[in-house]
Design a protein around this ligand. Structure first.
Ligand SMILES: NC(=O)c1ccc[n+]([C@@H]2O[C@H](COP(=O)([O-])OP(=O)(O)OC[C@H]3O[C@@H](n4cnc5c(N)ncnc54)[C@H](OP(=O)(O)O)[C@@H]3O)[C@@H](O)[C@H]2O)c1
Length: 317
C-alpha cells in the first residue's frame, strides 16, 4: 500500500511516500481503507524525534494519528463495526510505527467511531484527536455553564473545537490568537484576545471579575503564569503542553493546575461525531494536501497561521 513514512528523524524532507505492507488484522482490529488522514502537531514532533521519551519508535514509521475512511475488514472479536461502515478514529497506539498516512490503517475497535454523516470523510479526518483533546481538557477542569474561561490558542485545531464546545455549554469564552484570526474566533463563539498585545488588560476589559478557568492549548507555562492576575482565587488551569507553573502566588490563592494527555476513546468520539451531525459542532478544515504532498502539509502545519485543521487526502471514497 502507499504510505508516507520516515526512516530517520529530521525535517519534512525525510518523509517518503513509498510502498509498505498492509497492516495485519488481530482479533480486536478494525481495518480502515483510508479516505483522509488528519494532521496534528504530534506528527511533526514525532518526525523531529521529539517524542522518543513517550513511546517506543520502530522505523520505518508511518506518520499520523487521525483517520477517516470505510471499514475494509474486521477481526473476529469486533462487534460494533462491519465492512462498508464510514468511520473515523484517533489511532494512537502504544508504539509509533503504523500511523494513518497510508491507504490502510488497523485500529483497535475501542478507538473507532462512526464518522459524522453530514460531512465528507476529509472533514471527518479532522475531528478525532483535536476534538477529543478539547473535550477531555474541558472535562478535566470541570467547567460548567455560566463560568468564564480563557483559552490560550483558540484558532488552531484543538482551540477551534474547545471554543465551540464551551460556547455550546453556556460558558463565556475569551480566546487568544493572532490578530488576523480574531474574526474566526468571534464566529466560533469567543471574545478574541490578540495574543501579541497586552492579554491581561484585554481580559480585564471583558471580564473584570476574572476567569474561572484557563485552558492552555498553545502558550505554555509562560502564558498561563502571565495570566495569573486575571484568574479568580480557587480557579483552575489545564494545559495540553506542560504542567502549568502557578508559582507561590497561584498556590497561595488556591489555583489548581493540571496537565491533560488525550486518550483515544471511541465512545467520546462517537458523541462528538453526533454533535457534528446535530449542527452543534463545526469542523474547520483550513487546507488539504494529497498524500504525495505530505512533506508540504508538514511545512504548512509547522508554519502556523491556519484556522482549524489541515488534512491529507488519500483516496476518493
Ligand atoms: N497533551 C495532548 O494530549 C495534546 C493533544 C493535542 C495537541 N497537543 C499539543 O497542543 C498544541 C496545539 O495543538 P493544535 O492541534 O491545536 O495545534 P495547531 O492547530 O497548530 O494550533 C496552534 C495555534 O496556536 C496559536 N499559537 C501559536 N503560538 C501561540 C502562543 N504562543 N500563544 C497563543 N497561541 C499560539 C497559533 O494560532 P494563531 O497564529 O492564530 O495565534 C496556532 O495556529 C500542540 O503543541 C500540540 O502538540 C497536545
Amino acid at each position: 500500500m502507499r504510505a508516507a513514512a520516515i526512516s530517520e528523524f529530521g525535517g519534512p524532507e525525510v518523509i517518503n511516500v513509498t510502498d509498505l505492507p498492509e497492516p495485519l488484522i488481530g482479533p480486536d482490529i478494525v481495518l480502515i481503507r483510508t479516505a483522509a488522514a488528519g494532521l496534528n502537531p504530534a506528527d511533526y514532533k514525532i518526525r523531529q524525534g521529539r517524542m522518543t521519551e513517550r513511546y517506543p519508535h520502530h522505523f520505518p514509521i508511518i506518520l499520523g494519528w487521525d483517520v477517516a475512511g470505510v471499514v475494509e475488514a474486521v477481526g473476529p472479536a469486533v462487534t460494533d463495526f462491519k465492512p462498508g461502515d464510514r468511520v473515523c478514529a484517533y489511532a494512537r497506539k502504544f508504539c509509533v510505527e503504523h500511523g494513518t498516512y497510508a491507504e490502510y490503517v488497523g485500529v483497535v475497535e475501542e478507538s473507532v467511531a462512526p464518522a459524522p454523516e453530514s460531512v465528507d470523510l476529509a472533514h471527518a479526518a479532522a475531528l478525532p484527536l483535536a476534538s477529543l483533546t478539547a473535550l477531555q481538557t474541558i472535562s478535566a477542569l470541570e467547567v460548567v455553564s455560566g463560568e468564564t474561561v480563557l483559552i490560550h490558542g483558540g484558532s488552531g485545531g484543538v482551540g477551534s473545537y474547545a471554543v465551540q464546545l464551551l460556547a455550546e455549554m453556556g460558558v463565556t469564552v475569551l480566546a487568544t490568537a493572532g490578530e488576523q484570526n480574531s474574526g474566526f474566533l468571534e464566529a466560533l463563539g469567543a471574545v478574541p484576545i490578540d495574543r501579541r498585545g497586552d492579554v491581561v488588560r484585554q481580559v480585564q476589559a471583558v471580564a473584570p471579575g476574572g476567569v474561572d478557568a484557563v485552558l492552555d492549548l498553545a502558550g505554555g507555562p509562560e502564558a498561563v503564569k502571565a495570566t495569573l492576575p486575571v484568574m479568580k482565587d480557587g480557579s483552575r488551569a489545564g494545559s495540553i503542553l506542560l504542567p502549568p507553573d502557578l508559582g507561590d502566588d497561584g498556590a497561595a490563592r488556591g489555583i489548581k493546575g493540571r496537565y491533560v494527555f488525550v486518550r483515544p476513546y471511541g465512545g467520546q468520539l462517537a458523541d462528538l461525531s453526533a454533535r457534528v451531525d446535530a449542527g452543534a459542532l463545526t469542523i474547520h478544515v483550513h487546507d488539504s494536501f494529497p498524500l504525495e504532498k505530505a512533506a508540504d502539509a508538514h511545512r504548512a502545519l509547522e508554519e502556523g497561521g491556519h484556522r482549524g485543521k489541515l488534512v491529507l487526502t488519500v483516496a476518493d471514497i
